[in-house]
Design a binder for this molecule. Structure first.
Ligand code: PEP
Length: 249
């Protein structure tokens, strides 16, 4: 029922020529993939060039962050409508690196998520526990707070369109993936929580991506889990071969 999504988060990697080289390879390799939604999230500077290069393909382009206001004196920031103008359809909100290094809170995540919808962007809202929280047995409690505070106040339609990414912070960029069972436990809990917030139809429609060292050799087992609807991928999305394999898992 839910179309699997494979999303690449390029973080602060790739100049414009490097981004275009990656995109040319992906265009060749994944243009014909059926029943998958493919999203790439380049750095801001490369967005317009990547959008132009992908014109006429089904590969979508998202941003990695945005400001919650529509315009104003916010030096160095990018507004939701600027992303739409550049050709973005999606935006990552509340990635753990934004939370960890730039102080983003659930309240700000909630504001940005609503601003993204208001501008016509699909937000991909990221949640996840740090290692100490997992080791203290607090994973589900932490995720529950992040979802209740960060993902509150959606309309019924928005609740179906939203994409959630569960990314255990200890698994991001570390080579330590959550086991399929660990990931599935959290994904199933998120879906149950979401059903309580927005009803069963929304909970069945919302896609919940897993992120955290997803690689070609672990993607198939993760994707076999009933509540894992795709991947949000950092490192392995930076190479043509590995991202192609992930999309074609
Ligand atoms: C990410 O950037 O969201 C991520 C999961 O990175 P990696 O795949 O490198 O762990």
């Amino acid at each position: 029922m839910r179309t699997p999504m494979m999303a690449g988060n390029w973080k602060m990697y790739k100049t414009i020529p490097e981004a275009l080289a990656l995109v040319e390879g992906l265009k060749k390799n994944v243009a014909d993939v059926k029943n998958r939604e493919v999203l790439v999230c380049p750095p801001f500077c490369a967005i317009a060039s990547v959008v132009a290069a992908l014109k006429g393909t089904a590969i979508k382009v998202g941003a990695q962050n945005m400001h919650a206001e529509t315009k104003g004196a916010f030096t160095g920031e990018i507004s939701p409508s600027m992303l739409v103008d550049a050709g973005c359809s999606h935006v990552l909100i509340g990635h753990s690196e934004r939370r960890q290094y730039f102080g983003e809170t659930d309240e700000l995540v909630n504001k940005k998520m609503k601003a993204a919808f208001a501008a016509g962007l699909v937000p991909v809202v990221c949640v996840g526990e740090i290692l100490a929280e997992r080791e203290a047995g607090k994973t589900l409690a932490v995720i529950t707070v992040q979802i209740k505070n960060g993902i509150s106040g959606l309309t019924a339609e928005q609740a179906k369109t939203l994409v959630i990414a569960y990314e255990p912070v200890w698994a991001i960029g570390t080579g330590k993936t959550a086991t399929p069972a660990q990931a599935e436990e959290v994904h199933a809990s998120i879906r149950a929580l979401y059903a309580g917030m927005y009803g069963n139809d929304a909970a069945q429609a919302v896609r919940i991506l897993y992120g955290g060292s997803v690689k070609p050799d672990n993607v198939a087992d993760l994707m076999k889990q009933p509540n894992i609807d795709g991947g949000l991928v950092g490192g392995a999305s930076l190479e043509i071969d590995s991202f192609t394999k992930l999309v074609a898992y």
